[in-house]
Design a protein around this ligand. Structure first.
Ligand code: ADP
Ligand code: MG
Length: 416
């Protein structure tokens, strides 16, 4: 789904594009069409899923061009959230000179806010206490109001804003849209929706991180020219049985596959320019374990579901946030543990990664690349473990053959 499919104005579409949003998040996809119709909505989704745009875009779109007075009121629990939401609304309405957002919150000069309100602000974003204050002073008049939005409603109740909220809702025109977003639905929230909403549509997004909680996620900041070295170190240290490496271009996939093979890894490329027969062969090799590292583009890897992929590497940071979730979802399947390692280079990519963290609610920890010493220690550990189980007669392996040779030389590690 694209923003273009949501029936938005050209002004809005260019503003969204300038903000760098490429596609709507799930809550936006679901909530925007319903809100554009003017329906009341109860929205539930975790933080960082893009709720501000989910209610902000339709609110801005539905404003009248030649209206007078305040048409939208957005209530938020804290001044930071009010300022932040106001900033976003300002960006969405960048190409719409008829829209004048203003933030009103406590702890700041009320005179300045009054001036802004007098200048014809028509979307007000504020904390309940200060909004009440302005209503009492008649510096905020709500008779033209068309929509009220309660953002983080549960948090507002926790902060003791219940009476203020009820008072505000009682004093706005009957004919209005009432929208409520909340992470949880305690009885007090249900009471508010029952009292103040008309036939609300429930829009709910299941917690996405649920699918990736079993996946440990790390990132490594490496100089741009050293990514292949970094990847090699990680592969040598972890020795994953089956892993997938994602690159953003077919060319990079080919280059990296060639380079890793040259370094002795059992790697193969998978991308859209390969013939079908070739792709089938590669997939067969990967499933059968003859190929242990599959290097792929997002498109080629779509829908691939191979059991036992224990690690995913993002050689390139995905260009699209949703892809991050798709990529790392290749591991940690069916409740098994998995890990995802992401390589980034430089500040810009660090910011992009931070956006991914916010957007997906993923916890991506800064990792240290293993040193040559770490790698040989790890190898020794693994080999010791193999010898131990061979000594208990558990596996037929190189370790067992080694034991036999040592025994022939009179060195025994075998239990009685
Ligand atoms: P929430 O209110 O659900 O906690 P926010 O509205 O604060 O989430 O959004 C979290 C972050 O995600 C913000 O930095 C926002 O700019 C960004 N964001 C929201 N929607 C999108 C999108 N469709 N594409 C990219 N980034 C987005
Ligand atoms: Mg929010």
């Amino acid at each position: 789904m694209r923003f273009r499919d949501l029936n938005l104005s050209e002004e809005m579409l260019s503003a969204i594009e300038e903000m760098g949003y490429t596609e709507p998040s799930p809550i936006q996809e679901k909530a925007i069409p319903v809100l554009m119709e003017g329906r009341d909505v109860i929205g539930r989704s975790n933080t960082g899923t893009g709720k501000t745009a989910a209610f902000g875009i339709p609110a801005v779109e539905r404003m009248s061009r030649d209206g007078r007075g305040v048409e939208v009121l957005i209530l938020c629990p804290t001044r930071e959230l009010a300022m932040q939401a106001c900033g976003e609304i300002r960006k969405f309405s960048k190409h719409m000179p008829w829209i004048k957002p203003a933030a009103v919150y406590g702890g700041a000069s009320i005179e300045k806010q009054i001036t802004e309100l007098k200048r014809g602000a028509n979307i007000i974003i504020g904390t309940p206490g200060r909004v009440m204050d302005h209503i009492g002073r008649k510096t905020l008049r709500l008779e033209s109001l068309k929509e009220v939005i309660l953002d983080e409603a549960d948090e507002m109740l926790n902060m003791g804003f219940r009476e203020d909220i009820e008072e505000i809702l009682k004093n706005v025109p009957e004919e209005r849209q009432t929208v409520l977003f909340s992470a949880t639905m305690p009885p007090a929230i249900l009471a508010i929706t029952k009292k103040f909403q008309k036939d609300p549509v429930m829009v709910k997004i299941e917690n996405k991180t649920g699918t990736v909680e079993s996946i440990e996620q790390y990132y490594y900041d490496v100089p741009a020219g050293r990514k292949t070295d970094a990847l090699s170190l990680l592969l040598m240290f972890w020795e994953p049985k089956l892993s997938m490496v994602f690159c953003n271009t077919k060319r990079m996939v080919d280059e990296l596959a060639e380079e890793l093979c040259a370094r002795g890894f059992k790697a193969a490329a998978l991308h859209g320019d390969m013939k079908q027969a070739q792709r089938t062969q590669v997939m067969g090799g990967f499933k059968g374990g003859r190929i242990s590292i599959l290097i792929a583009t997002d498109v080629a890897a779509r829908g691939i579901d191979v059991e036992g992929v224990d690690m995913v590497f993002n050689y390139d940071l995905p260009q699209d946030m949703e892809y991050y979730i798709h990529r790392i979802g290749r591991t940690g399947r069916a409740g098994k543990a998995g890990a995802a390692h992401t390589l980034i280079s430089g500040r810009k990519q660090f910011y992009d990664l931070r956006d991914i963290m916010r957007f997906t609610k993923a916890e991506i920890t800064k990792g240290e690349l293993p040193s040559a010493r770490d790698i040989s220690e790890k190898r020794l550990d693994r080999f010791c473990a193999e010898i131990k189980s061979a000594a208990q007669g558990e596996v037929v392996s190189d370790a067992q053959r080694l034991l036999e040779r040592l025994e022939a030389d009179g060195i025994s590690a075998r239990d009685a």
